[in-house]
Design a protein around this ligand. Structure first.
Ligand code: SF4
Length: 284
């Protein structure tokens, strides 16, 4: 395993309002770091040391939110700074803000692009909160964006992320998966870390997986334990954070203040769980 993946939640802002969303962090500073290019440079200088510190060859920076395309100019700056440091790039989006320009940007700069899809049903997406004030997620438009991105970059890896929760646990997403043919489909059991309202049981999660058994070769599923401490994550204010049990998140001090080595020691992170997940799911 050569590549270490760091998930940077560049912003908490999102135009959707999923009830289970865990993109909510304690704010000590007013401004998210992505809006200050000098701080972005300092942060990327620090995290660029992670592969050497953890004995990997390269770093993949996975940009997540919130919704990362709310701030395209700041996003482009991050992309350019990351590429200047030879980082591999991937991202997750809800696709609602995409247009031709952003599709080209994705196709040009990202090796992998992930789309969040919980349901093909408008009523379910609305119940989850996977909608703006005016409109629920548009599955047809997402498919068109994926096709456009692939036209520009046929080698890009398309990944689908699904969070199984109270509203979609009985549904079937196979038609969409069949159409889009993602290289990976990550299926998560909703993590009741900040909000427990849409939580489901292990049995309900397993039933969802069983219903989609025909896609087993591309599915990587994660229950709550497998998700805990197996990701290294940075919040919009430049701190490592990690899922706690009942109390939300553990935080490090800001990475650009104390340096990446000290900050890394301040949060629980299991390199063994990280490695196990990546070996099992081939780099997801
Ligand atoms: S689309 Fe993602 S970031 Fe936005 S509210 Fe839903 S889960 Fe949160």
């Amino acid at each position: 395993m050569d590549t270490f993946t760091l998930n940077w939640h560049i912003t908490e802002a999102c135009n959707f309002q999923c009830q289970y969303c865990f993109a909510k962090w304690q704010k000590r500073e007013q401004k998210e770091l992505l809006h200050t290019p000098a701080k972005v440079r300092l942060l990327l200088d620090e995290v660029a040391q992670l592969p050497v510190l953890l004995n990997f060859k390269t770093l993949r920076l996975n940009l997540v939110g919130g919704e990362i395309f709310l701030y395209p100019r700041d996003l482009l700056n991050i992309i350019q700074e990351a590429k200047a440091r030879k980082m591999h790039l991937s991202a997750i989006t809800n696709a609602s803000l995409l247009d031709q320009h952003l599709n080209n940007l994705i196709a040009t700069h990202f090796e992998t692009i992930g789309f969040s899809v919980d349901s093909l049903n408008t009523a379910t997406n609305t119940a989850i909160g996977r909608c703006t004030k005016k409109q629920a997620m548009d599955v047809a438009k997402m498919k068109a964006h994926i096709a456009s991105i692939r036209t520009h970059n046929p080698k890009i890896q398309v990944k689908i992320n699904t969070v199984v929760n109270l509203h979609n646990q009985g549904e079937y997403l196979g038609d969409f998966i069949q159409d889009v043919k993602p290289s990976k489909w990550k299926i998560f059991k909703m993590l009741p870390i900040l909000d427990k309202r849409l939580a489901i049981s292990d049995g309900e999660f397993q039933a969802f997986l069983d219903r989609h058994q025909q896609f087993a070769s591309i599915i990587s599923s994660e229950n709550n334990d497998e998700m805990t401490q197996s990701y290294l994550m940075v919040d919009p204010f430049g701190r490592f954070f990690q899922n706690g049990q009942e109390q939300g998140y553990f935080y490090s001090e800001p990475i650009i203040k104390v340096g990446v080595c000290k900050a890394l020691k301040q949060i629980p992170f299991s390199l063994e769980k990280f490695s196990r997940r990546y070996l099992m799911h081939a780099g997801l």
